[in-house]
Design a binder for this molecule. Sequence first.
Ligand SMILES: [Zn+2]
Length: 488
Amino acid sequence: MSDTDDGGGQELGITESKAHKPGEWYAEVVQKAELADYAPMGGFIVTRPRGYAIWERIKDHLDGWFKSSGVQNSYFPMFIPESYLEREKDIVEGFDPEVAWVSEAGHEELEERLAVRPTSESIITPFIARWVRSHRDLPMRLNQWCSVVRWEATDTKPFFRTKEFLWQEGHTAHADEDGAWTETMARLGQYERLYEEVMAIPGLTGRKPEHDKFPGAHTTTTIEALMPDGKSVQAGTSHYLGTSFAEAFDITYADVDEAERTAHTTSWGLSWRAMGALIMTHSDDQGLVLPPALAPEQVVIVPIWQEDTEDEVLEYSADLAADLDDEFRVHLDDRDERNPGFKYNEWELKGVPLRIEIGPNEVADGEVTMVHRPDGESEVADRDAAVDAVGEALDTVYAKLYAAAEATLEENIREAHGRDEILGTLGQHGGYVRTGWCGDEGCETEIKDQIAAEIVMLPLDRDEAPVHDTCGVCGEPAADTAYFAKNY
Ligand SMILES: [Zn+2]
Protein backbone atom coordinates (compact mmCIF):
# COMPACT_ATOMS: atom_id res chain seq x y z
CA MET A 1 0.00 0.00 0.00
CA SER A 2 1.39 3.41 -0.89
CA ASP A 3 1.42 6.34 1.54
CA THR A 4 -1.51 7.91 -0.24
CA ASP A 5 -3.64 4.82 -0.71
CA ASP A 6 -6.53 4.69 1.73
CA GLY A 7 -6.49 0.91 1.80
CA GLY A 8 -9.51 0.60 -0.46
CA GLY A 9 -7.41 1.41 -3.49
CA GLN A 10 -8.87 4.91 -3.78
CA GLU A 11 -6.34 7.68 -4.07
CA LEU A 12 -6.50 9.79 -0.92
CA GLY A 13 -4.46 12.73 -2.18
CA ILE A 14 -5.33 15.54 -4.56
CA THR A 15 -4.75 14.58 -8.19
CA GLU A 16 -5.57 17.85 -9.98
CA SER A 17 -3.23 20.84 -10.08
CA LYS A 18 -4.20 24.21 -8.62
CA ALA A 19 -2.15 26.04 -11.24
CA HIS A 20 -3.47 24.19 -14.27
CA LYS A 21 -7.02 23.18 -13.39
CA PRO A 22 -8.16 25.44 -10.55
CA GLY A 23 -11.84 24.53 -10.88
CA GLU A 24 -11.33 20.76 -10.73
CA TRP A 25 -8.66 21.15 -8.06
CA TYR A 26 -11.01 23.21 -5.89
CA ALA A 27 -13.83 20.66 -6.16
CA GLU A 28 -11.43 17.89 -5.25
CA VAL A 29 -10.06 19.70 -2.18
CA VAL A 30 -13.58 20.39 -0.91
CA GLN A 31 -14.60 16.75 -1.23
CA LYS A 32 -11.40 15.00 -0.15
CA ALA A 33 -10.83 17.29 2.85
CA GLU A 34 -14.41 16.33 3.81
CA LEU A 35 -15.79 19.86 3.82
CA ALA A 36 -18.86 19.36 1.65
CA ASP A 37 -20.68 17.02 -0.69
CA TYR A 38 -23.17 17.59 -3.49
CA ALA A 39 -26.88 17.35 -2.65
CA PRO A 40 -29.27 15.45 -4.94
CA MET A 41 -30.82 18.75 -6.17
CA GLY A 42 -28.56 20.73 -8.48
CA GLY A 43 -27.24 23.88 -6.87
CA PHE A 44 -27.32 22.62 -3.30
CA ILE A 45 -24.57 21.18 -1.13
CA VAL A 46 -24.33 19.29 2.12
CA THR A 47 -21.88 20.82 4.57
CA ARG A 48 -19.95 18.11 6.36
CA PRO A 49 -18.74 18.43 9.98
CA ARG A 50 -15.21 19.52 9.03
CA GLY A 51 -16.62 22.23 6.78
CA TYR A 52 -19.22 23.33 9.27
CA ALA A 53 -16.55 23.58 12.00
CA ILE A 54 -14.73 26.18 9.89
CA TRP A 55 -17.95 28.13 9.31
CA GLU A 56 -18.69 28.03 13.06
CA ARG A 57 -15.33 29.60 13.83
CA ILE A 58 -15.87 32.33 11.24
CA LYS A 59 -19.27 32.89 12.79
CA ASP A 60 -17.93 32.96 16.35
CA HIS A 61 -15.40 35.67 15.54
CA LEU A 62 -17.90 37.92 13.79
CA ASP A 63 -20.70 37.24 16.26
CA GLY A 64 -18.47 38.27 19.17
CA TRP A 65 -17.53 41.53 17.47
CA PHE A 66 -21.16 42.24 16.55
CA LYS A 67 -22.37 41.70 20.10
CA SER A 68 -19.65 43.84 21.62
CA SER A 69 -20.69 46.66 19.29
CA GLY A 70 -24.38 46.79 20.09
CA VAL A 71 -25.90 44.14 17.81
CA GLN A 72 -28.54 41.70 19.02
CA ASN A 73 -29.32 38.43 17.30
CA SER A 74 -32.89 37.62 16.36
CA TYR A 75 -34.70 35.33 13.96
CA PHE A 76 -37.30 36.04 11.28
CA PRO A 77 -39.32 33.58 9.14
CA MET A 78 -37.73 32.16 6.00
CA PHE A 79 -40.92 33.05 4.08
CA ILE A 80 -41.87 36.57 3.04
CA PRO A 81 -45.41 37.38 1.85
CA GLU A 82 -45.42 38.64 -1.74
CA SER A 83 -47.12 41.88 -0.68
CA TYR A 84 -44.25 42.61 1.73
CA LEU A 85 -41.63 41.93 -0.90
CA GLU A 86 -43.42 44.32 -3.26
CA ARG A 87 -43.33 47.25 -0.87
CA GLU A 88 -39.76 48.15 -1.78
CA LYS A 89 -39.78 48.14 -5.56
CA ASP A 90 -36.01 47.94 -6.09
CA ILE A 91 -35.82 44.74 -4.05
CA VAL A 92 -38.56 43.18 -6.16
CA GLU A 93 -36.88 44.12 -9.42
CA GLY A 94 -33.41 43.24 -8.17
CA PHE A 95 -34.22 39.78 -6.91
CA ASP A 96 -37.22 38.82 -9.04
CA PRO A 97 -35.39 36.45 -11.40
CA GLU A 98 -33.89 34.53 -8.47
CA VAL A 99 -36.79 34.22 -6.04
CA ALA A 100 -38.18 30.78 -5.17
CA TRP A 101 -41.91 30.82 -4.35
CA VAL A 102 -44.20 28.66 -2.29
CA SER A 103 -47.69 28.73 -3.78
CA GLU A 104 -49.10 25.48 -2.45
CA ALA A 105 -48.86 23.64 0.86
CA GLY A 106 -50.71 20.70 2.36
CA HIS A 107 -52.59 20.23 -0.95
CA GLU A 108 -54.03 23.74 -0.66
CA GLU A 109 -53.22 26.68 -2.84
CA LEU A 110 -52.05 29.58 -0.65
CA GLU A 111 -54.05 32.80 -0.70
CA GLU A 112 -50.85 34.73 -1.06
CA ARG A 113 -47.63 33.41 -2.49
CA LEU A 114 -44.68 33.26 -0.10
CA ALA A 115 -41.16 34.06 -1.22
CA VAL A 116 -38.30 32.03 0.21
CA ARG A 117 -36.14 34.87 1.50
CA PRO A 118 -33.45 35.98 -0.95
CA THR A 119 -32.53 38.57 1.73
CA SER A 120 -34.68 39.78 4.62
CA GLU A 121 -35.06 43.58 4.45
CA SER A 122 -38.71 43.18 3.47
CA ILE A 123 -39.62 41.12 6.54
CA ILE A 124 -37.30 42.71 9.11
CA THR A 125 -37.80 46.39 8.33
CA PRO A 126 -41.59 46.39 9.01
CA PHE A 127 -40.91 45.03 12.48
CA ILE A 128 -38.22 47.60 13.15
CA ALA A 129 -40.87 50.14 12.12
CA ARG A 130 -43.26 48.65 14.68
CA TRP A 131 -40.69 48.61 17.49
CA VAL A 132 -39.19 52.05 16.96
CA ARG A 133 -41.26 54.82 18.52
CA SER A 134 -38.90 57.53 19.65
CA HIS A 135 -35.31 58.62 19.27
CA ARG A 136 -34.64 56.67 22.46
CA ASP A 137 -35.24 53.41 20.54
CA LEU A 138 -32.46 54.25 18.13
CA PRO A 139 -30.08 52.97 17.00
CA MET A 140 -31.68 49.56 16.67
CA ARG A 141 -29.30 46.83 15.53
CA LEU A 142 -30.51 43.33 14.62
CA ASN A 143 -28.67 40.45 13.07
CA GLN A 144 -29.64 36.96 12.05
CA TRP A 145 -27.62 33.89 11.14
CA CYS A 146 -29.61 31.96 8.58
CA SER A 147 -29.68 30.70 5.04
CA VAL A 148 -31.14 32.45 2.01
CA VAL A 149 -32.14 31.12 -1.39
CA ARG A 150 -31.31 32.69 -4.74
CA TRP A 151 -32.33 30.47 -7.63
CA GLU A 152 -29.49 31.13 -10.05
CA ALA A 153 -29.01 28.85 -13.01
CA THR A 154 -25.29 28.29 -12.77
CA ASP A 155 -22.91 25.42 -12.16
CA THR A 156 -22.62 24.48 -8.51
CA LYS A 157 -19.36 25.47 -6.87
CA PRO A 158 -19.42 24.67 -3.16
CA PHE A 159 -19.41 27.83 -1.01
CA PHE A 160 -19.07 30.08 -4.09
CA ARG A 161 -22.19 29.30 -6.10
CA THR A 162 -25.08 27.46 -4.50
CA LYS A 163 -28.80 28.22 -4.61
CA GLU A 164 -29.04 28.13 -0.83
CA PHE A 165 -26.23 29.60 1.22
CA LEU A 166 -25.47 30.33 4.85
CA TRP A 167 -24.79 33.90 5.91
CA GLN A 168 -25.49 36.56 8.46
CA GLU A 169 -27.55 39.60 7.66
CA GLY A 170 -27.47 42.65 9.88
CA HIS A 171 -30.21 45.28 9.74
CA THR A 172 -30.02 48.57 11.61
CA ALA A 173 -31.97 51.79 11.95
CA HIS A 174 -30.51 55.14 12.98
CA ALA A 175 -31.74 58.63 13.70
CA ASP A 176 -29.72 60.24 10.94
CA GLU A 177 -27.41 59.75 8.01
CA ASP A 178 -24.26 60.14 10.13
CA GLY A 179 -25.23 57.34 12.45
CA ALA A 180 -26.12 55.03 9.58
CA TRP A 181 -22.90 55.80 7.71
CA THR A 182 -20.79 55.14 10.79
CA GLU A 183 -22.58 51.81 11.13
CA THR A 184 -22.03 50.90 7.47
CA MET A 185 -18.31 51.56 7.73
CA ALA A 186 -17.95 49.85 11.13
CA ARG A 187 -19.38 46.60 9.74
CA LEU A 188 -17.20 46.81 6.63
CA GLY A 189 -14.26 47.27 9.01
CA GLN A 190 -15.22 44.13 10.91
CA TYR A 191 -15.38 42.14 7.67
CA GLU A 192 -11.96 43.47 6.74
CA ARG A 193 -10.66 42.46 10.17
CA LEU A 194 -12.09 38.96 9.78
CA TYR A 195 -10.35 38.52 6.44
CA GLU A 196 -7.02 39.92 7.60
CA GLU A 197 -6.66 38.75 11.20
CA VAL A 198 -8.53 35.48 11.12
CA MET A 199 -8.44 34.29 7.53
CA ALA A 200 -4.97 35.68 6.63
CA ILE A 201 -6.32 37.32 3.48
CA PRO A 202 -5.71 41.02 2.79
CA GLY A 203 -8.77 42.68 1.30
CA LEU A 204 -9.46 45.78 -0.75
CA THR A 205 -12.34 47.92 0.42
CA GLY A 206 -14.34 50.15 -1.86
CA ARG A 207 -17.84 50.94 -3.12
CA LYS A 208 -19.81 49.45 -5.97
CA PRO A 209 -20.67 51.55 -9.02
CA GLU A 210 -24.26 52.92 -9.09
CA HIS A 211 -25.46 50.26 -11.53
CA ASP A 212 -24.19 47.44 -9.34
CA LYS A 213 -25.48 48.56 -5.93
CA PHE A 214 -27.67 46.41 -3.70
CA PRO A 215 -31.27 47.01 -4.85
CA GLY A 216 -32.64 50.07 -3.08
CA ALA A 217 -29.32 51.05 -1.48
CA HIS A 218 -27.88 54.55 -1.45
CA THR A 219 -24.34 53.12 -1.35
CA THR A 220 -22.99 49.58 -1.37
CA THR A 221 -19.56 49.15 0.13
CA THR A 222 -17.62 45.97 -0.48
CA ILE A 223 -14.54 44.09 0.53
CA GLU A 224 -12.91 42.33 -2.40
CA ALA A 225 -10.36 39.54 -2.14
CA LEU A 226 -8.08 38.44 -4.96
CA MET A 227 -7.95 34.73 -5.65
CA PRO A 228 -4.81 32.98 -6.94
CA ASP A 229 -6.47 32.42 -10.33
CA GLY A 230 -6.60 36.20 -10.78
CA LYS A 231 -10.33 36.62 -10.11
CA SER A 232 -11.85 38.86 -7.47
CA VAL A 233 -14.32 37.64 -4.87
CA GLN A 234 -16.91 39.96 -3.39
CA ALA A 235 -16.12 38.91 0.14
CA GLY A 236 -18.69 40.86 2.16
CA THR A 237 -20.92 43.88 1.59
CA SER A 238 -22.25 46.63 3.82
CA HIS A 239 -24.99 48.93 2.54
CA TYR A 240 -26.06 52.40 3.54
CA LEU A 241 -29.72 52.24 2.53
CA GLY A 242 -30.54 55.90 3.05
CA THR A 243 -34.25 56.35 3.77
CA SER A 244 -35.64 54.22 0.92
CA PHE A 245 -36.52 51.21 3.10
CA ALA A 246 -37.54 53.38 6.05
CA GLU A 247 -39.96 55.21 3.75
CA ALA A 248 -41.31 52.05 2.15
CA PHE A 249 -41.92 50.43 5.54
CA ASP A 250 -42.59 53.55 7.54
CA ILE A 251 -39.82 53.70 10.12
CA THR A 252 -40.49 57.05 11.71
CA TYR A 253 -39.66 58.22 15.20
CA ALA A 254 -40.40 61.12 17.49
CA ASP A 255 -37.23 63.17 17.78
CA VAL A 256 -36.06 65.15 20.85
CA ASP A 257 -38.07 68.16 19.63
CA GLU A 258 -41.16 65.91 19.22
CA ALA A 259 -40.99 66.27 15.44
CA GLU A 260 -41.61 63.06 13.50
CA ARG A 261 -38.58 62.03 11.46
CA THR A 262 -37.69 59.15 9.12
CA ALA A 263 -34.91 56.80 10.14
CA HIS A 264 -31.88 55.89 8.05
CA THR A 265 -31.12 52.19 7.69
CA THR A 266 -28.26 49.86 6.85
CA SER A 267 -27.85 46.20 6.03
CA TRP A 268 -24.72 44.14 5.81
CA GLY A 269 -23.95 40.51 5.06
CA LEU A 270 -21.18 38.00 4.91
CA SER A 271 -21.78 34.50 3.57
CA TRP A 272 -19.98 31.20 3.48
CA ARG A 273 -18.39 32.44 0.30
CA ALA A 274 -15.74 33.52 2.81
CA MET A 275 -14.99 29.81 3.17
CA GLY A 276 -14.66 29.47 -0.56
CA ALA A 277 -12.19 32.36 -0.60
CA LEU A 278 -10.30 30.78 2.29
CA ILE A 279 -9.96 27.38 0.61
CA MET A 280 -9.05 28.90 -2.74
CA THR A 281 -6.45 31.32 -1.37
CA HIS A 282 -4.24 29.17 0.83
CA SER A 283 -4.69 25.55 -0.21
CA ASP A 284 -2.28 23.71 -2.50
CA ASP A 285 -1.73 20.50 -4.44
CA GLN A 286 -1.43 18.55 -1.18
CA GLY A 287 -4.89 19.70 -0.10
CA LEU A 288 -6.42 22.13 2.34
CA VAL A 289 -4.36 24.80 4.09
CA LEU A 290 -5.98 26.63 7.00
CA PRO A 291 -4.93 29.52 9.19
CA PRO A 292 -4.62 28.41 12.84
CA ALA A 293 -7.62 30.44 14.05
CA LEU A 294 -10.01 28.45 11.84
CA ALA A 295 -8.51 24.98 11.86
CA PRO A 296 -10.58 22.28 13.61
CA GLU A 297 -7.26 20.79 14.78
CA GLN A 298 -4.38 23.25 15.10
CA VAL A 299 -1.75 20.66 15.93
CA VAL A 300 -1.48 16.98 15.13
CA ILE A 301 1.09 14.84 16.93
CA VAL A 302 2.37 11.89 14.93
CA PRO A 303 4.38 9.36 16.95
CA ILE A 304 6.94 7.30 15.01
CA TRP A 305 7.89 4.04 16.63
CA GLN A 306 9.29 0.55 16.15
CA GLU A 307 8.29 -2.35 18.37
CA ASP A 308 11.10 -1.72 20.85
CA THR A 309 10.40 2.03 21.16
CA GLU A 310 6.60 1.99 21.10
CA ASP A 311 5.98 2.44 24.82
CA GLU A 312 8.36 5.36 25.39
CA VAL A 313 7.34 7.18 22.19
CA LEU A 314 3.62 6.86 22.86
CA GLU A 315 3.96 7.90 26.48
CA TYR A 316 6.06 10.94 25.55
CA SER A 317 3.53 11.88 22.84
CA ALA A 318 0.50 11.49 25.10
CA ASP A 319 2.17 13.59 27.76
CA LEU A 320 2.94 16.31 25.20
CA ALA A 321 -0.66 16.23 23.91
CA ALA A 322 -1.97 16.69 27.45
CA ASP A 323 0.36 19.66 27.96
CA LEU A 324 -0.67 21.39 24.74
CA ASP A 325 -4.35 20.66 25.19
CA ASP A 326 -4.97 23.64 27.50
CA GLU A 327 -4.04 26.18 24.87
CA PHE A 328 -4.48 24.51 21.51
CA ARG A 329 -6.77 22.17 19.64
CA VAL A 330 -4.53 19.09 19.55
CA HIS A 331 -4.99 15.68 18.06
CA LEU A 332 -2.75 12.73 18.86
CA ASP A 333 -2.76 10.31 15.93
CA ASP A 334 -1.66 7.07 17.60
CA ARG A 335 -3.46 4.70 15.21
CA ASP A 336 -1.23 1.69 14.81
CA GLU A 337 -2.77 0.46 11.56
CA ARG A 338 -1.40 3.48 9.67
CA ASN A 339 2.22 4.31 8.97
CA PRO A 340 3.58 7.83 9.63
CA GLY A 341 3.79 8.71 5.93
CA PHE A 342 0.10 7.97 5.45
CA LYS A 343 -0.75 10.11 8.48
CA TYR A 344 1.38 13.02 7.21
CA ASN A 345 -0.48 12.96 3.90
CA GLU A 346 -3.88 12.71 5.52
CA TRP A 347 -3.35 15.63 7.89
CA GLU A 348 -1.80 17.72 5.15
CA LEU A 349 -4.87 17.04 3.03
CA LYS A 350 -7.10 18.12 5.91
CA GLY A 351 -5.15 21.32 6.49
CA VAL A 352 -3.78 20.96 10.02
CA PRO A 353 -1.42 23.96 10.37
CA LEU A 354 1.27 22.28 12.47
CA ARG A 355 2.49 18.69 12.67
CA ILE A 356 4.65 17.48 15.55
CA GLU A 357 6.76 14.41 14.90
CA ILE A 358 7.88 12.39 17.90
CA GLY A 359 10.31 9.50 17.39
CA PRO A 360 12.94 7.81 19.60
CA ASN A 361 15.42 10.66 18.87
CA GLU A 362 13.03 13.33 20.13
CA VAL A 363 12.41 11.26 23.27
CA ALA A 364 16.15 10.73 23.88
CA ASP A 365 17.00 14.42 23.32
CA GLY A 366 13.96 15.88 25.12
CA GLU A 367 12.82 17.68 21.98
CA VAL A 368 9.87 18.08 19.61
CA THR A 369 10.07 18.41 15.82
CA MET A 370 7.46 20.75 14.33
CA VAL A 371 6.57 20.97 10.65
CA HIS A 372 4.68 23.93 9.17
CA ARG A 373 1.85 22.94 6.83
CA PRO A 374 2.16 25.73 4.26
CA ASP A 375 5.79 25.12 3.25
CA GLY A 376 7.00 21.99 5.05
CA GLU A 377 9.62 23.94 7.02
CA SER A 378 10.62 22.05 10.14
CA GLU A 379 12.02 23.31 13.42
CA VAL A 380 13.10 21.67 16.64
CA ALA A 381 12.19 22.96 20.10
CA ASP A 382 12.90 21.81 23.65
CA ARG A 383 10.15 19.67 25.08
CA ASP A 384 10.08 21.87 28.19
CA ALA A 385 9.34 24.94 26.09
CA ALA A 386 6.89 23.19 23.76
CA VAL A 387 3.79 25.21 24.69
CA ASP A 388 5.46 28.53 23.84
CA ALA A 389 7.17 27.07 20.79
CA VAL A 390 3.88 25.78 19.37
CA GLY A 391 2.25 29.18 19.92
CA GLU A 392 5.09 30.87 18.06
CA ALA A 393 5.03 28.30 15.27
CA LEU A 394 1.29 28.84 14.76
CA ASP A 395 1.87 32.61 14.62
CA THR A 396 4.55 31.97 12.01
CA VAL A 397 2.17 29.83 9.96
CA TYR A 398 -0.39 32.65 10.00
CA ALA A 399 2.31 35.17 9.02
CA LYS A 400 3.47 33.00 6.11
CA LEU A 401 -0.07 32.67 4.77
CA TYR A 402 -0.76 36.37 5.06
CA ALA A 403 2.56 37.36 3.49
CA ALA A 404 1.96 35.09 0.49
CA ALA A 405 -1.56 36.43 -0.07
CA GLU A 406 -0.39 40.00 0.36
CA ALA A 407 2.42 39.56 -2.15
CA THR A 408 -0.05 38.13 -4.68
CA LEU A 409 -2.39 41.08 -4.17
CA GLU A 410 0.33 43.70 -4.47
CA GLU A 411 1.73 42.18 -7.65
CA ASN A 412 -1.70 42.08 -9.19
CA ILE A 413 -2.92 45.65 -9.04
CA ARG A 414 -1.92 47.28 -12.31
CA GLU A 415 -2.73 50.50 -14.05
CA ALA A 416 -3.87 50.62 -17.64
CA HIS A 417 -5.40 53.26 -19.92
CA GLY A 418 -7.06 52.73 -23.27
CA ARG A 419 -9.33 49.90 -24.27
CA ASP A 420 -6.61 47.66 -25.72
CA GLU A 421 -4.28 48.11 -22.78
CA ILE A 422 -7.04 47.33 -20.28
CA LEU A 423 -8.09 44.21 -22.19
CA GLY A 424 -4.48 43.14 -22.76
CA THR A 425 -3.50 43.56 -19.11
CA LEU A 426 -6.55 41.70 -17.82
CA GLY A 427 -6.13 38.98 -20.41
CA GLN A 428 -2.47 38.44 -19.68
CA HIS A 429 -2.40 38.72 -15.88
CA GLY A 430 -5.91 38.77 -14.44
CA GLY A 431 -5.92 40.64 -11.14
CA TYR A 432 -7.08 44.24 -10.81
CA VAL A 433 -6.68 46.92 -13.43
CA ARG A 434 -7.04 50.48 -12.22
CA THR A 435 -8.12 53.04 -14.71
CA GLY A 436 -10.01 56.32 -15.00
CA TRP A 437 -13.77 55.94 -15.48
CA CYS A 438 -16.35 58.41 -16.72
CA GLY A 439 -19.19 56.82 -14.73
CA ASP A 440 -21.04 55.41 -17.75
CA GLU A 441 -22.06 51.78 -17.47
CA GLY A 442 -21.56 51.45 -21.23
CA CYS A 443 -17.81 51.72 -20.77
CA GLU A 444 -17.90 48.78 -18.38
CA THR A 445 -20.07 46.81 -20.83
CA GLU A 446 -17.52 47.31 -23.56
CA ILE A 447 -14.85 45.59 -21.45
CA LYS A 448 -17.26 43.00 -20.07
CA ASP A 449 -18.36 41.89 -23.52
CA GLN A 450 -14.78 41.30 -24.56
CA ILE A 451 -13.28 39.64 -21.52
CA ALA A 452 -15.96 39.05 -18.83
CA ALA A 453 -14.31 41.50 -16.45
CA GLU A 454 -16.30 44.18 -14.68
CA ILE A 455 -15.84 47.11 -12.34
CA VAL A 456 -15.65 45.37 -8.99
CA MET A 457 -15.14 48.55 -7.00
CA LEU A 458 -14.44 52.26 -6.82
CA PRO A 459 -12.49 53.97 -4.02
CA LEU A 460 -14.48 54.54 -0.81
CA ASP A 461 -13.56 58.21 -0.80
CA ARG A 462 -15.76 59.88 -3.40
CA ASP A 463 -13.52 62.93 -3.44
CA GLU A 464 -10.36 61.03 -4.23
CA ALA A 465 -8.87 62.27 -7.50
CA PRO A 466 -9.15 59.63 -10.29
CA VAL A 467 -5.96 57.80 -11.24
CA HIS A 468 -6.27 59.28 -14.75
CA ASP A 469 -7.91 62.50 -15.93
CA THR A 470 -9.84 60.67 -18.60
CA CYS A 471 -11.90 57.48 -18.81
CA GLY A 472 -9.68 54.52 -19.76
CA VAL A 473 -12.34 53.27 -22.16
CA CYS A 474 -14.01 56.26 -23.88
CA GLY A 475 -11.60 59.12 -23.18
CA GLU A 476 -14.25 61.43 -21.66
CA PRO A 477 -13.33 63.17 -18.39
CA ALA A 478 -12.93 60.66 -15.54
CA ALA A 479 -15.08 60.90 -12.42
CA ASP A 480 -13.59 57.96 -10.54
CA THR A 481 -10.91 55.32 -10.44
CA ALA A 482 -12.40 51.99 -11.49
CA TYR A 483 -10.98 48.60 -10.48
CA PHE A 484 -11.71 46.16 -13.28
CA ALA A 485 -11.39 42.42 -12.60
CA LYS A 486 -12.84 39.11 -13.57
CA ASN A 487 -14.89 37.91 -10.66
CA TYR A 488 -16.74 35.05 -9.04
ZN1 LIG B 1 -16.12 56.16 -20.31
